[in-house]
Design a protein around this ligand. Structure first.
Ligand SMILES: [Zn+2]
Length: 199
């Protein structure tokens, strides 16, 4: 049986290292959080929000699901958005996809996978909206990459069209929604340049 004991020793080392640099770090952070960013990303273990942004605990509020979906009836995602925007008053919402996303790739075939097929339907909708553009690409990898990008663009639109963001904008709240795609091969984020701020 494999042990998870090493996780506790790793955790201890991590906390010790942070305290070495800033003895009051955890004490201060335990009192409040005031992140400027809400990250809506993929659950993929290779795309950890804080680490790839170089941000410390307390600096980014995070929601992750398979293929970074923003579904208008997903109470989990909507609740995260509401809390981040209305209570924490984040200034930026970042939807971040990544090339090589297993969810996106799986949505492009008709193989039955059980429960997850219902979630992947949302990606099939993205494909349906952009069918001509996607079908015009013959290289399979390029097709998947394009779908990853189009998916991010669609999810940015879903964030921007949510009642939560619309309300924030109508109240004059400063809030920008961005779409990024992360490259697993070099660790670099690409800005899809679809940022919207309600103005
Ligand atoms: Zn993914």
């Amino acid at each position: 049986m494999s042990s998870i004991d090493h996780l506790f020793s790793k955790n201890q080392q991590w906390a010790d290292k942070i305290r070495e640099q800033d003895p009051d770090f955890f004490e201060q952070l335990s009192k409040q959080q005031s992140p400027e960013y809400l990250w809506i990303g993929c659950s993929d273990s290779r795309v950890p929000a804080n680490q790839l942004l170089g941000l410390a605990p307390g600096e980014v509020f995070v929601h992750r699901n398979i293929a970074n979906q923003v579904v208008h009836t997903d109470l989990n995602c909507l609740s995260v958005m509401q809390y981040a925007i209305e209570v924490l008053k984040v200034k930026h919402v970042i939807v971040c996809g990544h090339y090589g996303c297993g969810g996106v790739i799986a949505s492009m075939d008709d193989e039955p996978r059980g429960l997850i097929d219902n979630w992947l339907r949302h990606l099939k909708d993205v494909y349906r909206f952009h069918k001509d553009k996607v079908d015009a690409v013959t290289d399979q990898n390029k097709k998947f990459n394009l779908m990853c990008e189009l998916n991010v663009i669609e999810q940015v639109a879903n964030v921007a069209n949510s009642s939560i963001v619309k309300k924030a904008w109508s109240n004059g709240q400063e809030l920008t929604v961005h779409g990024f795609v992360y490259n697993l091969k070099d660790g670099i984020l690409k800005d899809m340049e679809v940022s919207v701020d309600g103005k």
